[in-house]
Design a protein around this ligand. Structure first.
Ligand code: NAI
Length: 332
């Protein structure tokens, strides 16, 4: 892993032992420094939808770095129908590599099951520190052709499913005064995509869910963030040409996911990640104008000024927008 953390330690050959990082913690290393400084030793992580694609890549990397991982996956088809033992296979992979994991074949849409999954992990490993809400399905169609059942189903898996899992771990994380939660948003939610009205609604809903939980969790040391991945998985199998499959490997998204559930995780960030490129996405607010005569005609006449991005900000809470309105009224 490159970046801020590794940059503080000189790479190369060193004497085996313990080195302090940061001041009050230590990294165990074997003599050759491989930029593997981000440890998840002692952490218990739940990754939903980890039977394949991105979730599998996150689960493997977390386990490789010392986390005990609950691999949740219903194992259905891309549209959410059916069931398989996909989670068991990833657990076997983790164990074969010397890691620790348990499988859970339940659906994230079943709140009672998610509560039991968390209880099982706590009983076996003593806590739950990390939740990656990753499970997802697709039922793409233009809105004109979309049945409301497909709209509801996609929201149920992505949005309600993530709320179910988050609710199931929330009190545990509060009691522990430690938690890291990652929501899986999408470029479709942030920016829109033809034929994905249901998916886009769910995915921006998740970013909004994360923003409020980030505020509520902060004082309990629960950091909540979002990721908008781009990877060649079965979900995107119709989009990526064969030549790009290797470039957009799911494991190239995992570094962002792991950073966002690490001790060093920021709060309230949205990272776009794909093919080793990492970006930050923001919800911004322009300065706007205070209109003496607030009529529809006046809004139309001032639209260019209202939409101007000069001096735009990134509010850290909804209340901040109300504060900027007060400032405009006071002529600031
Ligand atoms: P994937 O289809 O390989 O993985 C999704 C997994 O979720 C599957 O293994 C599936 O069995 C599981 N799942 C579905 N419904 C479930 C349920 N009710 N309970 C438990 N597990 C369930 O697809 P991929 O690409 O790995 O997607 C992972 C996440 O990333 C999804 O939330 C997806 O929307 C999101 N995403 C992916 C992008 C990409 O480029 N691959 C782009 C933007 C977002």
């Amino acid at each position: 892993m490159s970046g801020g953390i590794a940059a503080r330690i000189d790479p190369g050959l060193c004497a085996p032992g313990l080195i302090p990082y940061p001041a009050d913690r230590f990294i165990r290393f074997s003599g050759v420094f491989h930029f593997m400084t981000m440890s998840f030793e002692g952490r218990v992580a739940i990754v939903t939808g980890a039977g394949g694609g991105l979730g599998r890549a996150y689960a493997l990397e977390l386990a490789k770095r010392g986390a005990r991982v609950v691999v949740n996956d219903l194992g259905g088809a891309r549209d959410g129908t059916g069931h398989s033992d996909a989670a068991l296979k990833v657990v076997a992979e983790i164990e074969a590599a010397g890691g620790e994991a348990m499988s859970d074949g339940g659906s994230v849409t079943d709140y009672g099951h998610m509560v039991r999954m968390v209880e099982t992990a706590k009983a076996r490993w003593g806590g739950v520190h990390i939740l990656i809400n990753n499970a997802g399905v697709l039922r793409d169609k233009s809105f004109a052709k979309m049945e409301m059942e497909d709209f509801r189903f996609v929201l149920d898996v992505h949005l309600i499913g993530s709320a179910n899992c988050t609710k199931a771990v929330w009190d545990t994380m509060r009691d522990q005064a430690y938690g890291r939660i990652l929501m899986t948003s999408s470029s479709t939610g942030l920016y829109g995509n033809f034929g994905q009205a249901n998916y886009g609604a769910a995915k921006l809903g998740l970013a909004g869910f994360a923003k409020t939980l980030a505020l509520e969790g902060q004082k309990y040391n629960i950091h909540v963030n979002s990721i908008a991945p781009t990877a060649a998985t079965r979900m995107t199998q119709d989009i990526f040409p064969p030549a790009l499959l290797e470039k957009f490997r799911p494991d190239l998204v995992a570094p962002a996911a792991l950073f966002l559930v690490s001790d060093e995780a920021p709060i309230n960030a949205i990272i776009g990640a794909g093919a080793g490129v990492f970006q930050a996405a923001y919800v911004t607010l322009t300065r706007g104008v205070a209109l003496d005569q607030p009529t529809p005609e006046a809004v139309a006449a001032h639209w260019t000024e209202i939409a101007s991005r000069d001096g735009e900000i990134v509010p850290q809470s909804g209340a901040e927008q109300a504060m900027t309105i007060m400032q405009r009224l006071q002529g600031v």
